[in-house]
Design a protein around this ligand. Structure first.
Ligand SMILES: *Cc1c(COP(=O)(O)O)cnc(C)c1O
Length: 228
């Protein structure tokens, strides 16, 4: 039987252990509960168990849940899926964070569509570290221009970088790419004081990600059960 509170406890324990092992404070690693395809009722259960940050991949599905759960104080929604140009308005309107910006055109639209009288939209740049595995994510050579552009946008706040690890069981491959992300993140942090977030690590590669400096791990199935 699905026990969301117990699953959350177990993931938080894993985060705690991995942080200790890496000589980091577990308070510096946030858990993003990825609730895509799952009912708002399950999100509410996770909320009741103390979870506050939730990640969604499909904006229309996200908007429904955001509206259904609008009464919950401090709930915080993150968009982590691929961004189609015609969906930027909903993203700009409904979420607090977006992790998957990988081109200037998207950033420009989000900046134009974010209301200037609310908190700026927190943005992580998605980096393509796994090459052939993913069509999403900016190329390394495009990062500086993209970061500079987002930093110049009044209604966006540049918070950091996001990466999806390669689909592999080989921890050394994962570690290499995550180490590369850590270096990029450190460089970005030196340039932009608002940068504090390295969104990296999922159910399968959480410990390696924390070892490599992740400040936000994104976990779905280990909390909410597998998706069909
Ligand atoms: C679905 C998804 C996750 C969570 O994956 P799980 O395997 O369910 O833990 C994390 N990050 C992104 C970008 C996702 O799309």
């Amino acid at each position: 039987m699905l026990n969301i509170a117990a699953n959350l406890e177990q993931i938080n324990e894993e985060i705690f252990k991995a942080s200790n092992k890496a000589n980091r404070s577990s308070a510096a690693v946030n858990l993003l509960a990825v609730s895509k395809t799952k009912s708002f009722l399950l999100v509410e259960q996770a909320y009741q168990a103390g979870q506050r940050n939730f990640g969604e991949n499909y904006i229309q599905e996200a908007v429904e849940k955001i509206q259904q759960l609008a009464h919950l104080p401090d709930i915080c929604w993150h968009f982590i899926g691929p961004i189609q140009s015609n969906k930027t308005r909903l993203i700009a309107e409904y979420v607090s964070w977006v992790h998957s910006v990988d081109r200037i055109k998207t950033a420009r639209r989000l900046n134009e569509q974010r209301a200037p009288n609310i908190t700026p939209l927190n943005v992580c740049l998605q980096v393509n570290i796994s090459g052939e595995h993913s069509k999403s994510g900016a190329l390394l050579e495009d990062l500086p221009e993209l970061a500079e552009y987002i930093n110049s946008c009044d209604n966006l706040c540049l918070r950091g970088l996001m990466a999806i690890g390669a689909k592999t069981d080989d921890n050394d491959i994962t570690r290499n790419s995550f180490k590369q992300m850590q270096t990029l993140f450190n460089q970005l942090q030196h340039q932009y004081p608002s940068v504090d977030t390295l969104s990296m690590g999922m159910s399968g590669d959480l410990a390696v990600a924390i070892e490599c400096g992740s400040t936000m791990v994104r976990v779905g199935s280990a909390i909410f059960g597998s998706r069909n």
